[in-house]
Design a protein around this ligand. Structure first.
Ligand code: PMP
Length: 452
C-alpha cells in the first residue's frame, strides 16, 4: 500500500499555496480591504475555510462554472455546498425570479404558487402536508419543536457526526462513548446533552436502549450521514429496523434530505422506500434562492394543524417574516417543474458514477487505501480502506492536511472542490469533459503527492 510522506505533503502544500496567492492579486487586495469592515475579512465564518491564505472572491457563476475576480474560471464541483446542486442560476429559476422580482417579493400572504409547490412536493415525496421555512436550519428547528409538542416528550435523538444546521439541540458529539457539547459550540444557550441523546449510526442495540423509556420525541437523521465525519452509509436493513423501533416506541422519525436529495428526485427516502413521519429539505429546493420545506404524514399534519392553527392556538417559536415569500415560492415552483426533473437527475447520476469510477481508478492505480462513496450526484473520497459504519470510524479516515493539498492543487488547475471535505457534486450543466478534467487533475495530484 502506498503511504504519504508528510514532509513532501507539507512542501507541496506550501508551493501550491504560494502559486494560489500569486495568481489572485485582486482577491488578495479585496480580502485585505475586507478586514477593515468584515470581521475576519468575510461575511460568514465558513467562507474563511477555503484552503488558501484568502478565499477566491466570486465574480459570477452560471451552470457548472464559477469565475473569480482575478478571471480564473473553475469547473465548480462544490456548487455552494449543495445550494447550487442544480447548477448556478438555472435558467428557469433566473427567468421566474426576474419576473417575480417585478411583481412583489414578500407580502406575508399565501399565493397560488404556495399551493402548487405543496402539491408538487406531495407527489414527489409521498407525504401529503407541507410547511415552509427559510433555511434547512430553520426547518429543523421547527420540526424538533413540533415533535416535542405533539409527543409531549422532552428529548430528541441524533447520531454522532450529524449535522442539521445551527440547531442548538443537535450540536453534540460522542467522545469516548460519552455525549458532549460539540467542540466549537459557540456560546451554547443550554447544555445540549441534557435533552439530546446521541448514539452511533448503525448501532441498533444502542437505538433500542435509547428509545426504550419512551422519553424521546423524535429521531432526527440524514438517511446517510454526509457532513462532519464524511459519508456514513446505512447497513443493509438499518432503516427498516430504525423505522420499526421508532414506531414501537412512539418516537417520530424525521429524515433530513438536505444533502441526500442528490440520490434522486425524491431523495434517498423515495429511492430506498423510507417512511419518515416528517421530511426536511433545504438548500437547493429553490435553485439557490433561500428556502426550505418540511413535509409530514396525514397523522402528523392533523396534529400540527391542531397545535398551530386550531381554535385558540397561540404560537411562538415557529415561522419567520420572510418565510414562504413570493420570490422563494416562484423559484421553488420552477425548480420542481423545470430544473430538478427526472431527466436532470439521470444526467447528474450518470456523471456522478463517471466521477466515482474515475477517482476509484486513480486510487487503484496508485494502490492507495482510500475509498469512494457515491450518493447519486454526490461523490466523496476518504482516506481509509473501507466504508465507515459510524461517525467515530469515519473521523478516523479524515486527514485535513491532505484535503488542503488536494483543494489547493485543484483550485490552481481550475477545479473547485467543497472545502472542509472531499465532496463533489455533478449538476445538470456538468459535462463528461468536466468530470474527466477533475479525474485527470486528481490523478496528477496523487502522482505528485506520491512522488511518481
Ligand atoms: N441539514 C443538513 C443535512 C445539512 O447538510 C445542512 C447544511 N450543511 C443543514 C441541514 C443546514 O442547512 P443551512 O445551513 O442551509 O440552514
Amino acid at each position: 500500500m502506498a503511504t504519504i510522506d508528510r514532509s513532501r505533503l507539507a512542501a507541496l502544500t506550501a508551493s501550491e499555496s504560494e502559486r494560489y496567492a500569486a495568481a489572485r492579486p485582486r482577491s488578495r487586495a479585496l480580502f485585505e480591504r475586507a478586514a477593515r469592515s468584515l470581521v475576519g475579512g468575510v461575511p460568514m465564518q465558513w467562507m474563511s475555510e477555503w484552503p488558501g491564505p484568502f478565499p477566491p472572491f466570486m465574480a459570477e457563476a452560471e451552470g457548472a462554472r464559477l469565475t473569480d475576480i482575478d478571471g480564473h474560471r473553475y469547473i465548480d464541483f462544490c456548487l455552494g455546498d449543495t445550494g447550487a446542486m442544480f447548477g448556478h442560476s438555472p435558467p428557469a429559476v433566473a427567468r421566474v425570479a426576474a419576473a417575480q422580482t417585478a411583481k412583489g417579493l414578500t407580502a406575508m400572504l399565501p399565493s397560488e404558487n404556495a399551493v402548487i409547490v405543496a402539491e408538487l412536493l406531495a407527489q414527489r415525496f409521498a407525504l401529503p402536508f407541507w410547511q415552509m421555512a427559510l433555511s434547512a436550519t430553520d426547518a429543523n428547528r421547527f420540526v424538533l419543536r413540533l415533535a416535542r409538542e405533539i409527543t409531549g416528550r422532552p428529548k430528541i435523538l441524533v447520531f454522532n457526526g450529524c449535522y442539521h444546521g445551527t440547531v442548538d439541540e443537535t450540536i453534540v458529539s460522542l467522545e469516548n462513548g460519552k455525549p458532549r457539547s460539540r467542540r466549537g459550540n459557540v456560546g451554547p444557550a443550554f447544555d445540549p446533552t441534557a435533552d439530546t441523546r446521541v448514539i452511533e449510526f448503525n448501532d441498533l442495540a444502542a437505538l433500542e436502549a435509547a428509545l426504550a423509556d419512551r422519553k424521546v420525541a423524535c429521531v432526527l437523521t440524514e438517511p446517510a450521514l454526509t457532513n462532519l465525519t464524511g459519508v456514513v452509509l446505512p447497513d443493509d436493513g438499518y432503516h427498516a429496523a430504525l423505522r420499526a423501533i421508532a414506531r414501537k416506541t412512539g418516537t417520530l422519525l424525521i429524515i433530513d434530505e438536505t444533502h441526500t436529495i442528490s440520490t434522486g428526485p425524491g431523495g434517498y427516502s423515495r429511492a430506498h422506500g423510507l417512511e419518515p413521519d416528517i421530511l426536511v429539505l433545504g438548500k437547493p429546493i429553490a435553485g439557490g434562492i433561500p428556502a426550505a420545506v418540511f413535509g409530514m404524514t396525514d397523522t402528523i399534519g392533523g396534529q400540527v394543524r391542531e397545535r398551530l392553527y386550531g381554535p385558540g392556538a397561540a404560537v411562538a417559536g415557529i415561522g419567520g417574516t420572510l418565510t414562504a415569500n413570493a420570490l422563494a415560492l416562484a423559484a421553488m415552483r420552477a425548480t420542481l417543474t423545470e430544473v430538478a426533473t427526472e431527466a436532470a437527475y439521470d444526467h447528474m447520476i450518470r456523471l456522478g458514477t463517471r466521477l466515482a469510477e474515475g477517482i476509484r481508478a486513480v486510487v487503484r492505480r496508485h494502490d492507495l487505501p482510500w475509498y469512494v462513496t457515491q450518493l447519486g450526484a454526490r461523490v466523496e473520497y476518504r482516506f481509509q480502506p473501507s466504508p465507515p459504519r459510524t461517525g467515530t470510524e469515519a473521523r478516523a479516515g479524515a486527514d485535513s492536511a491532505v484535503d488542503r493539498f488536494f483543494h489547493l492543487w485543484c483550485l490552481n488547475r481550475g477545479v473547485m472542490v467543497t472545502p472542509m471535505h472531499n465532496m463533489l457534486l455533478a449538476c445538470p450543466a456538468t459535462s463528461e469533459a468536466d468530470i474527466d478534467r477533475h479525474n485527470e487533475v486528481f490523478g496528477e495530484a496523487v502522482a505528485a503527492l506520491l512522488g511518481r
